[in-house]
Design a protein around this ligand. Structure first.
Ligand code: DGY
Length: 322
């Protein structure tokens, strides 16, 4: 008998066909995200779950007595309760590698967009404010040859550093829990302690995954070290930053601008101060959201799911659950 899997979101047809060759599929085809209660009911008979952000904790696992694998269509897996999953022997998988360049492109879109005020000045033109002689009110900041500080030098960090070094001739420093000597040599980047990186960078890009160690890693004290002209970019997870401290730093001119793809609460609440700030570029968590990359991620997640249920080693089991 084929194993049963639950898909809590739509996947491309060819991905669904691949899963169907090996598994019996049940799937959510309602609007938006499946409500938690319905998900708990759906997983009661499932051997595998394909998701992208469902919280896999003790409560969830209590409702899923037959579950063997949770395959997430994401590189981040902060929605996995690793202790609870390990206790139950659940295999947890993610989708690294295939999204590196796409997320790095978006980090650069935010760097360029904030530095050259792209969204703000697009509104300016469309709202009919463009007159001759606007001059320096439209000036931005140079990206080329500026100093970039990367927090979290994993595979995406390397892809950002490559663009910065070879595309924009930037000086690149990075902070990471371990030194990356090969990357330093290959890309001409240098390691820096966090405080030093914050104090010296023109652009700081947060790429560290959300873990207990990186939760609220950047707060009031850290923003106070940054230059008033500096720009903060976050394409990791909103919780790596104390959002109130970021709002205050932007309002007080402690830093100049921020480019944010991720937020403490997503979708961002409609009354959030960021939404009123011209110097904050906000995106709806689209780091990996191109058609090609999301298809590649879905196919990799499908392989992880199927392999785990058919006695093969999934291509990308998360490190902590090996
Ligand atoms: C991921 O894969 O974790 C990204 O945040 C999704 O865009």
């Amino acid at each position: 008998m084929k194993p049963t899997v639950f898909l809590d979101r739509e996947v491309p047809l060819e991905v669904e066909k691949f899963i169907a060759e090996h598994c019996t599929i049940d799937k959510w085809d309602g609007e938006g995200q499946i409500p938690r209660q319905q998900l708990l009911e759906k997983v009661a008979h499932a051997n595998g779950l394909l998701t992208a952000g469902a919280s896999i904790d003790a409560e969830f696992l209590g409702h899923a007595p037959h579950l063997k694998v949770v395959s997430s269509i994401s590189v981040g897996y902060n929605h996995f309760d690793l202790i609870a999953m390990k206790e139950r022997g659940i295999i947890g998988t993610n989708t690294p590698h295939v999204l590196n360049d796409t997320v790095a492109d978006l980090a650069f879109a935010l760097i360029l967009g904030t530095a050259r005020r792209v969204a703000e000045l697009d509104r300016y033109v469309k709202e009919g404010h463009w007159k001759k002689g606007d001059g320096k009110t439209l000036f931005g900041t140079d990206v080329h040859h500026a100093k970039l500080g990367i927090i979290g030098m994993g595979r995406i960090g390397e892809a950002v550093a490559r663009r910065a070094r070879f595309g924009f001739e930037m000086e690149v420093a990075y902070y990471n829990r371990s030194r990356k000597l090969h990357t330093e040599e290959l890309l001409g980047v240098h390691y820096s302690e966090l405080n030093e990186l914050l104090a010296e960078s023109d652009f700081v890009v947060m790429l560290a995954p959300l873990t207990p160690e990186t939760n609220q890693l950047i707060g009031k004290e850290q923003f106070s070290l940054m230059k008033p002209s500096s720009i903060f970019i976050n394409v990791s997870r909103g919780q790596t930053v104390d959002e109130n401290a970021l709002v205050e730093a932007l309002q007080a001119g402690t830093i100049a601008a921020a480019g944010l793809d991720v937020f403490e609460k997503e979708p961002i609440p409609p009354d959030h101060p960021f939404l009123q700030m011209q110097n904050v570029l906000t995106l709806p968590h689209i780091g990996s959201a191109t058609t090609q990359t999301r298809n590649d991620m879905a196919m990799l997640a499908a392989k992880n799911l199927v392999y785990a249920l058919t006695g093969q080693t999934p291509p990308s089991i998360v490190d902590e659950l090996r």
